[in-house]
Design a binder for this molecule. Structure first.
Ligand SMILES: C[C@@](CO)(OP(=O)(O)O)[C@H](O)COP(=O)(O)OP(=O)(O)OC[C@H]1O[C@@H](n2ccc(N)nc2=O)[C@H](O)[C@@H]1O
Ligand SMILES: Nc1ncnc2c1ncn2[C@@H]1O[C@H](COP(=O)(O)OP(=O)(O)O)[C@@H](O)[C@H]1O
Length: 291
């Protein structure tokens, strides 16, 4: 039997790193927005459970263990008995873009596995696979996420928006980015990140309320940005263009490398050709939420 499912991604509309934890992970305060159906998965089941293949279609190659393979191994270590499987991932988004495409592939596979087996996916499984998997596995469209990514509270929807995501030619490794910001803010030498959990929560609430009212919020805070901007001054031109096109808000997603801009759905149509002159942009994703 063959099953075809869509696989979502995410934007971090805001992202504050509030502290480095004893286990090396970082606590965050981040407003996550779902990017629906960015990629898709085709799962074929076989009676012979020796069949186990994860393949990607298209030009994107995943180095190292595929997160879907990690997900299958995690489920099996928890006693799930899955059938023979061939999983074809129609990848559209390169890794290292801060859009959580890989985490979305894992979440999508878990949704299928839950229904196939009729078993619940527990929070320890989600956390073991990756910090962003919990949000992507949830049903939420918009969530305030804290902890290392595992604690999320659903927030009511924002007014309809047009969302533009620009993917540059470079990628950013998440673990190198966390090491980079630790050094940038000097957190291993007594320094600290710009916000603690309380100031981060107050800030995100203010931004959320402004977006709810349809007000322009300009550049959205992301603690990875000052570190990444030193290596990629190209981002500034994108943000200047967003500001002059009257975007509601714009910023960097996750640890990079993608940048995004939000425009009101009922405003002037976004002129995508304005981004053509930025040759460092390799791919533009666009969603128009016309509810
Ligand atoms: C930065 C964020 C923001 O949403 O997203 P991306 O930019 O990667 O999409 C996340 O925190 C990325 O989460 P995710 O991509 O799932 O990372 P994981 O696989 O759990 O962890 C990869 C590595 O990142 C570091 N890590 C991850 C999450 C976290 N809260 N603190 C960390 O320090 C750890 O060094 C870990 O070994
Ligand atoms: N199916 C997959 N799709 C994308 N990345 C994957 C996948 N499997 C494993 N990875 C690894 O996960 C990391 C990127 O994960 P992803 O959730 O897409 O994050 P990002 O938001 O940083 O692009 C990369 O190190 C990549 O090699």
């Amino acid at each position: 039997m063959q099953y075809t499912l869509s696989s979502d991604g995410k934007l971090n509309l805001t992202l504050r790193i509030t502290e480095k934890r004893g286990d090396g992970y970082h606590n965050l305060v981040s407003l996550f927005l779902r990017l629906p159906a960015m990629e898709s998965l085709t799962i074929s089941t076989y009676k012979d459970n020796n069949v186990r293949e994860i393949a990607t279609t298209g030009h994107i190659v995943i180095d190292g263990k595929n997160i879907v393979e990690k997900t299958i191994e995690c489920l099996e270590s928890k006693g799930w008995s899955l059938p023979g499987l061939h999983v074809a991932l129609a990848k559209q988004i390169p890794p290292g873009t801060g859009l959580g495409a890989g985490s979305g592939n894992a979440a999508s596979f878990l949704r299928w596995a839950r229904l196939f087996e009729g078993s619940e996916v527990t929070s320890d499984i989600l956390e073991k696979i990756g910090s962003d998997v919990s949000f992507l596995y949830s049903r939420s469209f918009l969530s305030l996420v804290v902890g290392k990514g595992e604690k999320s509270a659903c927030r009511g929807p924002l007014p309809p928006m047009q969302i533009v995501v620009a993917i540059p030619g470079w990628g950013v490794s998440t673990s190198l980015a966390y090491a980079g910001v630790d050094a940038f803010y000097g957190v291993d030498k007594g320094g600290s990140f710009p916000c603690n959990e309380w100031t981060g929560l107050a800030e995100v609430e203010k931004i959320y309320q402004s977006l709810l009212r349809g007000e322009n919020v300009g550049f959205l805070p992301n603690d990875f940005y000052p570190w990444l901007a030193e290596q990629h001054p190209e981002y500034e031109a994108f943000f200047n263009e967003c500001e002059s096109s009257n975007a509601l808000g714009y910023g960097l997603s996750g640890s990079g490398s993608s940048v995004f801009a939000l425009f009101p759905a009922n405003g002037k149509p976004v002129k995508l050709s304005q981004f053509e002159k930025m040759e460092w942009i390799q791919q533009i994703l666009f969603w128009s939420d016309d509810r």
